[in-house]
Design a protein around this ligand. Structure first.
Ligand SMILES: Nc1nc2c(ncn2[C@@H]2O[C@H](COP(=O)(O)OP(=O)(O)OP(=O)(O)O)[C@@H](O)[C@H]2O)c(=O)[nH]1
Length: 481
């Protein structure tokens, strides 16, 4: 059952008050709507005692406009999170309805006797400024073959006749009108000449345009930027050949200049737009549905960011913060293929901290970890080219990939790295060959004939590293040809 609210604003109650345009709750100029509210109580309910009228202020106006459908005695039902007491005046509104139902009036008549003529459904007409259709025939008409005429007349608000008198088709039409204004998406109807005949309540605060302002105007005058767009093509195809279309997200995520309700200078909301033709009598119309999918986009973006950060983390060594073995493998493969393709040079360094077992045994594992991290950071700091890669190869072993670097250049750079690590002055354990932490480095370079794969290159660098160890540590050895 539909609900009927009897309303009067505090301003309206003042005698002799001059009617003047009022700004509606969306901050939009909507004189018709304000006037409708002001005039209604007196015109339609002269017999209701003044003291029983509600004195509504703006917050309640907003609430009622948003939650105008319910049953007598319901708490405002459109928003289940709200209860009657949440908005000042709403509880009163419902009490008022109860009172009207339960208690006899001063003149002894049961309120049911005066309720019928007072029945009004306050359904926002999108700022149309029209009187609601109070004649019972209007509801019925809107459901029959004259819907097209009703659309042209812009009847987005419809009257509710007493239920007993309602015709089935009229009731269906009323429900449709309510649904159009309650759905959580934008609905625009255009006729065969692309003029707007339907503009639901959702559109008003997001476009900054009331139904009264846009009704009868060309869609492309209201939104000039849509000219030449995929939306225009889709609307024309719908009107000319009856083809429905979804506007692909890839072409534009926000074709209509719509923003969060009430935010006229923020970013546009992301939109899913569909265009559907329909016929009414001999005339073809087109329905444009606009759904706000900003939330979906935002969630997608967050998921992508999360996936990206997981991927990045999966390539980082947890202890030292430089690339891990997994990344080293991927990078070496990529650089080798590049060198093979372009005939370029590529050198690989394998580095090992000398007598690190002694270090660990003397200072303990935690200090050992700190030493590994310091050496790793020193190594990374020495590799400045964007394509260079410093990685922890495993345990106390590190690797460096040096693209576009010959064996001779790599040897010089390896010595700089070794000296830099030595210069850190990290104290070694007693009994080590040096008083500070040092590196041994094995070097191998890409060779198209013999060392053209990752395994061969790593093996050659490894052998050079062990040669450096055998030769006394703290030195660079180049793999033999
Ligand atoms: N603290 C710490 N120690 C590690 C880690 N990974 C490997 N090590 C230690 O590194 C040491 C490597 O020792 P060895 O392989 O015998 O080689 P070394 O003592 O460095 O001697 P040379 O390589 O011949 O100079 C071992 O004691 C490992 O426990 C790590 O992540 N943290």
């Amino acid at each position: 059952m539909l609900s009927f609210f009897l309303l009067e604003s505090a301003d309206d109650a003042r005698p002799g008050r001059q009617a003047h345009p009022r700004t509606d709750d969306d901050g939009l100029d909507d004189p018709g709507y304000g006037q409708f509210l002001r005039q209604r109580p007196r015109r339609h309910h002269p017999e209701v005692p003044r003291q029983r009228r509600l004195r509504l202020r703006q917050p309640l106006f907003r609430h009622v406009r948003r939650h105008a459908v319910g049953r007598p005695g319901d708490v405002p039902a459109a928003d289940p999170r709200r209860r009657a007491g949440d908005v000042p005046g709403v509880g009163e509104l419902h009490r008022h309805q109860f009172d009207g139902d339960r208690h006899p009036r001063a003149d002894g008549k049961h309120p049911a006797a005066h309720r019928a003529p007072c029945q009004q459904l306050l359904l926002h007409d999108g700022g149309g400024g029209r009187e609601p259709q109070t004649d019972r025939g209007a509801a019925a008409r809107a459901g029959d073959g004259r819907t097209a005429a009703a659309l042209r007349a812009g009847r987005t608000a419809q009257a509710v006749a007493p239920r007993a008198d309602r015709q089935e088709s009229g009731a269906v039409s009323e429900l449709s009108a309510h649904a159009v204004n309650l759905v959580n998406c934008g609905i625009i109807g255009v006729d065969s000449s692309e003029q707007i005949v339907l503009w639901n309540t959702w559109m008003v605060p997001r476009s900054g345009q009331s139904a009264a302002r846009v009704r009868g105007q060309s869609l492309f005058d209201v939104f000039p930027e849509l000219r030449g767009s995929r939306v225009e093509t889709a609307v024309q195809a719908a009107l000319k050949s009856g083809t429905a279309a979804n506007i692909p997200q890839s072409q534009s995520s926000a074709p209509f200049p719509l923003r969060e309700a009430g935010q006229f200078d923020g970013a546009r909301i992301d939109q899913a737009v569909s265009v559907t033709p329909f016929n009414e009598g001999k005339e073809r119309f087109c329905l444009i549905e606009i759904r706000d999918i900003s939330g979906v986009f935002e969630r997608e973006r967050r998921l992508l960011d999360h996936a990206e950060s997981l991927r990045a983390r999966s390539y980082v060594d947890g202890l030292t913060g430089i690339a891990n073995r997994r990344y080293f493998d991927v990078a070496l493969d990529r650089e080798l293929r590049r060198a093979q393709r372009l005939g370029g040079e590529l050198s690989l360094l394998l580095m090992d901290i000398d007598t690190f077992k002694l270090y660990n045994d003397h200072f303990g594992h935690l200090k050992g970890d700190a030493c590994l991290t310091a050496v790793a950071q020193a190594l990374a700091a020495m590799l400045k080219r964007p394509a260079d890669v410093a990685a922890r190869y495993g345990g106390e072993e590190f690797a460096a990939i040096l693209p576009d670097t010959s064996a001779e250049q790599a040897r010089a750079h390896a010595n700089l790295i070794r000296e830099h690590v030595a210069s850190l002055g990290l104290p070694q354990a007693p009994g080590a060959a040096r008083a500070h932490v040092t590196l041994s480095i094995g070097l191998a370079s890409f060779d198209k004939q013999r060392r053209n794969g990752a395994a061969a290159l790593i093996d050659a660098a490894d052998q050079a590293l062990y040669a450096a160890k055998r030769a006394g540590r703290d030195q660079v050895m180049v793999a033999a040809d």
